[in-house]
Design a protein around this ligand. Structure first.
Ligand code: ZN
Length: 209
């Protein structure tokens, strides 16, 4: 009721172009979402069984990811989760799997006050009715360690440490917003497989081509 009244006074704006848009993403920006083949090609040496990622990290998808990450637009996680569920086939979310967010570094968590991958995973968990589990920890030295590394080192995941703090679910779907090289997903998969997971796949909102 209050929201309806507010909408009349101040119409909600599109997250991307700031034009008025009832559901926060206008028709024009919606039509420019950079959809791609959702099943990512298998990378050699990857421990992931499958990697689903239906968008390219470009155009409106990039704007939405940045808004979620850097402008604390936490309400966006719901919109992004709905887009993921609409774009991916049901087999991307097997009924016996648990969702596990790729953990943010403790430094980033302190800076932002929230973990964007965790928000996305929590919204997805509601939509696909799969449990959300958080067995992974990112080592606190990562942010410090990564600052001293070059871009190629960071992209390769060197200096990044992820461990499982407890027994992991047998079947896991890792959740993250962006996949850059896949190095972080592989490190997480490695940690999960070392903590009693048997099958690890990943769902990311978008990927750097
Ligand atoms: Zn727009």
């Amino acid at each position: 009721m209050l929201r309806a009244a507010l909408n009349l006074l101040v119409p909600p704006l599109c997250w991307v172009c700031r034009e008025a848009a009832a559901d926060r993403l206008c028709e024009s920006c919606r039509s420019q979402m950079p959809w791609i083949e959702p099943l990512a090609p298998r990378r050699s040496g990857s421990r992931l069984q499958q990697h689903w990622s239906p968008l390219e990290f470009a155009g409106p998808a990039r704007v939405l990811v940045h808004a979620l990450k850097f402008q604390s637009a936490t309400a966006l996680a719901g919109l992004m989760a709905r887009q993921l569920v609409d774009a991916l086939p049901p087999r991307a979310f097997p009924p016996d799997a648990a969702l596990v967010p790729v953990p943010a570094s403790p430094l980033r968590l302190r800076q932002r006050g929230f973990d964007h991958a965790d928000l996305l995973a929590a919204e997805l968990s509601q939509l696909v009715m799969l449990p959300l589990e958080r067995p992974l920890r990112r080592e606190s030295s990562i942010a410090r360690g990564q600052r001293g590394l070059g871009r190629s080192d960071r992209l390769s995941g060197r200096g990044l440490r992820v461990r499982a703090a407890r027994k992991a679910p047998v079947r896991v779907i890792l959740i993250d917003d962006v996949c850059t090289t896949g190095a972080t997903l592989d490190l997480c998969a490695e940690a999960l497989l070392g903590a009693e997971s048997k099958l690890v796949s990943a769902v990311t909102y978008c990927s750097v081509p």
